[in-house]
Ligand binder design. Structure first.
Ligand SMILES: [Zn+2]
Ligand SMILES: [Zn+2]
Length: 411
């Protein structure tokens, strides 16, 4: 049995937003078996001296796309799946090296990636996935050029690799069941227009209420939940009233929508950084002009929506939604949210709340006895300064996931 003893760390208690000095942690196999400010004795454990370092749970990103290997999503269809998969693997590994020990992939990744990570063939964060998102004809997932009149092939081909275009209750039901059969941890739907899709209006409502309710019922049957890509007040209100559990983006919502979300215990997963990054560098990486314009439209509203949600007490997850080359900005979301939220609350989003979102409360996103050993040792104190998360994990001395060390620059 592998046993590791971390000694003399400064434990960041995220719930209380305080540092507890001189904490020792015993890790046996993949779990934290003992946590104490008194000496822990072990003759067999490998000892790590964490003096001066902050110990905290591994970070969780609740909105990523590892298979979005290019900012220009249309370009992905020019590559074989083998190349996309290998590139996706590199993107996942880079996330782990930034301290994200868990990710929720919100379209694209499937059980193959999940399995490869479980088997440790792929060095990546713990992966929760939705498989292919469901959207209607003409929706955010339907990227056929307007000149193309033919039916969509819903196989894993080209630009359709990450979504299924389905219409009507029967098709939607079958598609949801199909993704659940393949092990999806949740079902993702497109409930409004989007930015990266050039042809659908951002204010458009996607899917009928009957279609949304059908997906929610199917997910519920499997003990799973539905997440909805949605920007506007109307789209979010509809989704929430139909039983959707997490709202992705939410940039164009008003205060009353935040109140409704709070009342229904619905989570918001904003991703300010993706709009900033697309605005600054999208053109360089081939984001189509129409998407750049749409992006400008929603970008500055993201922080306003976050303010509504935070001040109304909505549970807010940490998500980034970055595409391809822009994924290097994953940890910048911490910085951007500070305009609205205190650091301690942003840390909760990336740990405790995201753990709830992926249904792993008390297992991940927390340092306590019995929890999975996903943890970081950091140079500096995140309660004081989020620069400790920047520069691609440079200030993270140790990264442990499931009891295994993936980075150790201490010795
Ligand atoms: Zn989206
Ligand atoms: Zn997304």
């Amino acid at each position: 049995m592998s046993t590791i003893l971390i000694q003399n760390s400064n434990l960041l208690d995220i719930e209380k937003a305080e540092i507890i000095e001189g904490v020792n942690v015993l890790i046996e196999e993949n779990k934290i078996s003992e946590l104490s400010d008194k000496e822990i004795k072990s003759s067999t454990a490998t000892k790590i001296d964490a003096r001066g370092k902050t110990l905290m749970p591994g970070l969780i990103d609740a909105h990523v796309h590892i298979t979005a290997t290019s900012v220009d999503l249309g370009r992905i269809s020019n590559y074989p799946h083998s190349l996309t998969a290998l590139r996706a693997g590199k993107l996942a590994e880079a996330m782990l090296m930034r301290g994200f020990t868990t990710i929720r992939d919100c379209t694209g990744a499937d059980w193959g990636f999940h399995q490869a990570i479980e088997e440790d063939i792929l060095k990546g964060p713990r992966l929760f996935f939705v498989g292919k998102a469901l959207g209607p004809t003409g929706g955010h997932g339907d990227r056929r050029p307007k000149t193309y009149e033919g039916d969509i092939c819903n196989c894993f081909q080209g630009t359709m690799h990450d979504s299924l275009t389905v219409d009507g209750v029967a098709e939607v039901q079958k598609a949801a069941r199909r993704e659940l059969r393949k092990g999806a941890h949740a079902i993702k739907i497109f409930a409004s227009g989007g930015v990266a899709s050039p042809d659908d209006p951002i204010f458009g409502l996607q899917f009928s209420e009957d279609e949304i309710k059908t997906v929610v019922n199917e997910a519920y049957s499997w003990g799973k939940y539905v997440l909805a890509h949605a920007y506007t007040t109307e789209a979010i209100t509809r989704a929430v009233n139909c039983g959707v559990r997490t709202i992705e983006h939410g940039n164009l919502m008003d205060r009353n929508t935040a109140k409704l979300m709070k009342k229904k215990n619905v989570y918001l997963v904003p991703n300010l950084v993706t709009y900033e990054a697309m605005d600054l560098e999208g053109e360089k990486y081939g984001l189509p002009k129409v998407s750049l314009e749409k992006n400008k439209f929603v970008k500055d509203e993201g922080i306003v929506a976050l303010d509504y949600a935070y001040s109304e007490g909505v549970k807010i997850g940490y998500g980034t939604d970055l595409l391809g080359e822009l994924q290097v900005y994953q940890s910048r979301e911490f910085i951007l949210r500070q305009n609205v939220m205190p650091k301690s609350e942003i840390l909760k989003s990336a740990t405790l709340i995201n753990a709830e979102i992926v249904n792993q409360k008390d297992q991940i996103g927390i340092i306590k006895e019995g929890a999975l050993a996903d943890l970081l040792l950091i140079e500096g104190n995140p309660l004081e300064d989020f620069s400790v998360f920047q520069d691609q994990g440079k200030y993270i001395s140790l990264i442990m996931k499931n009891g295994k060390i993936y980075k150790n620059s201490l010795n």
